[in-house]
Design a binder for this molecule. Sequence first.
Ligand code: KG4
Ligand code: ZN
Length: 356
Amino acid sequence: MALILGLETSCDETAVALVDSGRRILAERILSQIKEHKAFGGVVPEIAARAHLDHLDRLIGETMEEAGLSYGDLSAVAATAGPGLIGGVIVGVTTAKAIALAHDLPFIGVNHLEGHALTARLTDDVAFPYLLLLVSGGHCQLLAVEGVGKYRRLGTTIDDAVGEAFDKTAKLLGLGFPGGPAVEQAALAGNASRFALPRPMLGRKGCDFSLAGLKTAVRLAAEKLGEASAQDIGDLCASFQAAIGDVLVDRCRNALEVFSQTHSGPVRLVVAGGVAANKYLRQRLHDLAQNEGASLIAPPPRLCTDNAAMIAWAGIERLRLGQCDALDLAPRPRWPLDPAATAKIGRAGLGAGVKV
Ligand code: KG4
Ligand code: ZN
């Protein structure tokens, strides 16, 4: 039985987890830095890095203590080595390397996106291959997951990520940060057909996304409203969420078709990343999968948003294949899952795991 300590520090959660190869999370800690960043309306990289530094050692100690384990019990130490905010990534990687060196353990530098991509194997023991919709603050991709380290990108966003669109909508409507959960909450009491918002790319061939036009339409609708009432805000959030749902369903339908042409056997659609915590979108994707003869696997919401259990688990998958890293591994602010895919993202910052 392998046992791995995983560290996640690539954005604004300082997270630590102990996971074993029997798919058990033995202990974990997640410290959100939301309070530190709230006043700025987004994650401030320098503040994030300092906060990781302030708390990581203590959280590791607490996690080990809760599990009643010592470093000698570990099989390896894994940390997110990118993509993400580089200051935070350096804190996690350096800490993991120090533990590995001091206790003579293998070190594994994990791609944060691979952590999201493999979570469904930790939670639901999903077999390869599967179709993955990865939707977070900085990423919006459809990938064929064929094995550990084997990803083929079928589509990506040509402008904004879905989580980013949620965060910007929330900011515009004064719902605060982070935006996703706030928009989902406000949408519960809203009328989704009040605002006729665009559904970019709907009906087009392929699996790419574009959300900039929808974001602009939300801004124009909000400006037209002027002083918005709670009902106005709920209606706009519900209309926005419904548009996102239509876009995701349309793009995933195309991707399911491409995927089943190239892979035999049962078709599994896995959704991962922070946006996958959204109950409305999970339901929409569930319905799509059912209509298309596929099955939807969505990890529990707390394992969709950033956490260290997914990093420890990706470490276990890599360790099983003997894929450990040398202690001079360099953290990577950018690190695509499918390096062969053409870079379609034109704007600096996108794709780096940043949240706003
Ligand atoms: O995966 P994650 O925790 O961090 C990144 O790697 O980006 O994703 C964070 C993103 C944020 O944009 C946040 O607003 C969004 O996921 N999010 C949601 C929900 N919970 C988090 N979006 C929609 N509905 C939610 N319930
Ligand atoms: Zn993430």
